[in-house]
Write a protein that binds this ligand. Structure first.
Ligand code: ADP
Ligand code: ASP
Ligand code: MG
Length: 812
């Protein structure tokens, strides 16, 4: 004998029931079969809802009831040949008439007792099983409908009745001792107490019914048929990459289901485990897939963590007080008090100092728990030995399950390390003494993220997803998106890194797609995206709470530079091409760096100096490896290089600047470049990275622009430059006379920084510097005479984008 159970989605409609019929028809070829079925998908919820409506004297229950009736009648018409329909149609109608009668009573009395609720919901499984039995009848299969209420005896705890196993076994065995049949069709979920009142086994209880039958008939196997291909490493609705677990032990399956894996109702495992009956979890909609085998010994696999599950709506109760130390019996009283109120304890932790006990319970029980515990400890509370019970709600439990974790040290370290790195705060931790699970209590807000983080950590060690939000879709942003798109496959194949751009914002629009924006059509999508500010964008990033989030600022906007702190605080890494944040006050620069450290996020801004050149990274490497930077000399402005490489007095200085602007080498207001501000910012950032506390005011700048150039608009500036042509020519000629070139050089030495135009002789490193190239010289303890040289293009959208891209990869 074998037992097959089909859940609500498997029997949701006639098309699905047809699939069930096929599977069962082939199963009975092998051996006699007990078929346990749930109500048609969604019907249990609807029955409870209509019951509640009726008890509130809300007549709309009638409409819903009618819809349910139609759904069942339609299914019968679709399932059975027309000449065989009438008996089953009248049977269905008769059940609905009975239900009508019960609802009338509820409506009139305005009362819905747990006992009546059980009566009402039982019709879900009664109807489905009768219809399915009729279907097999129509196929001339030797089958018998078995009333599980006559088989399973429970106490009278309606809604969640406890099974009397001795009586139940006897009932079932005597039932099956009669003339044997090929197939027995059994309604799941329902049972009855000794007074023949209908009871139910708890939501999801059809699994349990099947296990009870399997155990009583000593089945060769129990098969749980559902809508996924087995027990999976995590709830597939929460984790996209969840994979079926092919083999798992009873203990592990029990642990996973206890901690929320809805796929199996927790009490199900016990009865089959005690008889060593193997359990298969299979997919009705993909019957050829392997599924999961639950049995005594879990196979040794390379993963010592079997799965991750979670329970929502948890409250954490903390009983604390110095009066608890060393006094036995406190916990006993606590747990007795909870047991007396039928409060189910899901998780327990006790700190080693013994002056606090923490238990996790279902949120719905928290008010009752608070009342009873404060009552039981009223004397200790009054005398100040114990504080009134603390209740914290809005929490969830996430559990890591695996029998073999006990032989693998460091699991919890890895678990909490991964959670911490993603800014997930853990409120309480419990590790069962059997070491089959580690569970953590955390905010409900963080659950999805936590499960994904842990899944990635334990099941996708060779694979990681970065969730990237980009602010700024101009020149650099556009190039960056192009580069990410082009490299996507390579990074996935070679680095096992999946870079998903999940958010894009420009100055007007916010485009967010958690599953990754299609980078082939981002422009069109962004155009159609809703309006939103940078602050809206940040709010979305924070509320989405995705793991491994990276915010990328490829704007030059001051407002965007203000949001980094609020992101770092949520452990979102920040990659900034924008120089404003790092070159604002030293205090706020330091604050961002310390926030990044505190919240385990990265704050990277390599492109602030020398675009894609590895300037800051090299400096950091030198310092980290113990070197000391004594002097920095650098040409850091592509703009000024361009201008002085092209100006020789043959045409006006203003026209050369104009050309630089037209070719995209200057800021919108070229005075930021020509006045040296941009270079000052860069040398200041380098000095700060080298450990120097420096402000813009501390940097000396020998302006070569006459003061009059700084007045008025950009257009005025060009006019003024034309007027000052003689000044520029004299600067040029003074240098040319000495066979020198003009370079705008930034220096840092002995804690002081300066910028200014210098005469560069032919033997200098700076002499042969063409186009928009930058050059940085680091003189350090290890490079005392011959400096470490970094040279190359220091401007341009492509190289800047690639520098930003490299930072994004570093932020993982
Ligand atoms: P049925 O109606 O067949 O009893 P359930 O809805 O009770 O089915 O359980 C199956 C569902 O359980 C799946 O659709 C899936 O969404 C959910 N689920 C939660 N955790 C897991 C897990 N670890 N493995 C597989 N499914 C899970
Ligand atoms: N129909 C019941 C429920 O929805 C039992 C089950 O499907 O397992 O809870
Ligand atoms: Mg179920």
């Amino acid at each position: 004998m074998q037992v097959l159970k089909f859940g609500g989605s498997s029997v949701a409609n006639s098309a699905n029931i047809q699939k069930v019929t096929d599977i069962v028809a082939s199963a009975i070829q092998k051996e006699p079969t007990v078929l346990v079925v749930s109500a048609l998908g969604g019907i249990t919820d609807l029955l409870l809802k209509t019951g509640a409506l009726a008890s509130q004297a809300d007549e709309t229950y009638k409409t819903v009831l009618k819809e349910m009736e139609t759904r069942h009648l339609d299914a019968v018409r679709e399932l059975l040949p027309i000449q065989q329909q009438s008996a089953t149609l009248s049977l269905v109608k008769q059940q609905f008439n009975e239900l009508d009668g019960i609802y009338d009573g509820v409506f009139l009395l305005g009362e819905l007792s747990p006992r009546t609720k059980d009566r009402i919901v039982s019709y879900g499984e009664l109807l489905s099983s009768m219809m399915i039995s009729a279907k097999f009848q129509s196929l001339n299969i030797d089958q018998l409908w078995v009333d599980s209420r006559k088989c399973i005896t429970t106490n009278s705890n309606h809604g969640n009745a406890a099974v009397d196993f001795a009586a139940t076994e006897k009932n079932i065995q005597s039932h099956f001792a009669q003339k044997p049949h090929q197939l027995y069709v059994v309604p799941g979920f329902i049972a009855s107490d000794v007074n023949n009142n209908t009871t139910t086994l708890g939501r999801g209880g059809s699994d349990y019914t099947a296990a009870i039958f399997a155990s009583a008939v000593r089945a060769s196997a129990l098969e749980i048929w559902t809508d996924v291909s087995g027990m999976m490493t995590a709830d597939p609705r929460l984790v996209q990459n969840a994979k079926p677990i092919s083999r798992i032990s009873y203990q592990e399956a029990m642990e996973l289901s206890h901690f929320g894996a809805k796929i199996i109702y927790p009490p199900t495992i016990q009865p089959v485990m005690s008889r060593n009956i193997p359990v298969w979890v299979k997919n009705t909609f993909a019957p050829n897939e392997y599924g999961t085998l639950i049995e005594n010994n879990s196979a040794v696999t390379d993963s010592f963590i079997r799965g991750i599950s979670s329970i929502s709506s948890i409250s954490l109760l903390s009983l604390e007080g110095s009066g608890m130390i060393g006094i036995p019996g406190f916990s006993k009283r606590l747990f007795e008090a909870l047991a007396n109120e039928s409060v189910n304890v899901i998780l327990i932790t006790q700190s080693s100092s013994e002056h606090s006990i923490c238990v996790g319970i279902n949120e719905v029980d928290s008010a009752k728990a608070k009342q009873t515990i404060d009552n039981v400890f009223s004397y200790e509370i009054q005398t100040g030995k114990v504080e009134p019970l603390k209740v914290e709600s809005g929490l969830s439990i996430v559990a890591l399950v695996g029998e073999q974790m006990k032989s693998h040290p460091g699991v919890s370290g890895k678990m909490f390390g991964a959670l911490g790195k993603n800014g997930i705060n853990v409120r309480a931790i419990a590790q069962g003494s059997s070491e089959k699970n580690i569970s953590a209590v955390l905010s409900a807000f963080d659950v999805k993220k936590a499960i994904n983080v842990l899944h990635e950590e334990f099941f996708e060690t060779s694979y990681k997803q970065l969730n990237v939000f980009i602010a700024g879709t101009g020149n650099v942003g556009g190039k960056l998106i192009g580069q990410i798109k082009k490299q996507f496959q390579y990074l996935q194949d070679e680095l096992h890194l999946q870079i998903e751009v999940v958010g894009l914002a420009n100055s007007r629009k916010n485009l967010v797609n958690e599953n990754g924006i299609d980078l082939g059509t981002w422009k069109e999508q962004l155009q159609q995206a809703p309006d939103g500010s940078i602050h809206d964008f940040v709010r979305t990033i924070i509320s989405k709470n995705l793991r491994n989030s990276v915010f990328v600022d490829v704007t030059a906007n001051a407002e965007v530079a203000t949001v980094y702190g609020s992101l770092l605080e949520k452990s979102v890494s920040v990659v900034a091409c924008n120089k404003i944040a790092c070159s604002s006050s030293y205090e706020s620069y330091l604050k961002l760096k310390s926030l990044a450290r505190e919240y385990n996020a990265m704050f990277l801004f390599e492109t602030n100096v020398g675009a894609g050149l590895p300037v800051i990274g090299t400096l950091n490497d030198l310092l980290r490896s113990g070197d000391k930077v004594n002097r920095i000399q650098a040409v850091l402005s592509g703009t000024l290089n361009f201008v002085f490489n092209n100006y020789d007095g043959s045409r006006s200085f203003a026209s050369v600047v104009k050309q630089a602007q037209e070719e995209g080498y200057t800021e919108p207001d070229p005075r930021l470049d020509l006045g040296g501000t941009d270079v000052m910012r860069k040398i200041m950032i380098l000095a700060r990275e080298a450990g120097q506390q420096l402000e813009m005011d501390d940097i000396s700048n020998e302006y070569f622009l006459p003061q009059s150039c700084f007045e008025g608009s950009v257009a005025d500036f060009y006019d003024e430059m034309e007027k000052q042509e003689a000044h520029f020519r004299s600067i040029y000629e003074a240098a040319a006379k000495q066979n020198c070139k003009l370079k705008f050089v930034a220096q840092y030495e002995n804690g002081k920084a300066s910028v200014g135009l210098q005469h560069i002789p032919a033997e200098s490193d700076f002499y042969h510097l063409y186009g928009k190239d930058n050059l940085v010289l680091f003189y350090t303890d290890r490079y005392p005479e011959q400096p470490l040289v970094i040279k190359g293009a220091g401007a341009g959208a492509d190289v800047t984008a690639s520098g930003v891209f490299a930072d994004i990869l570093r932020a993982r």
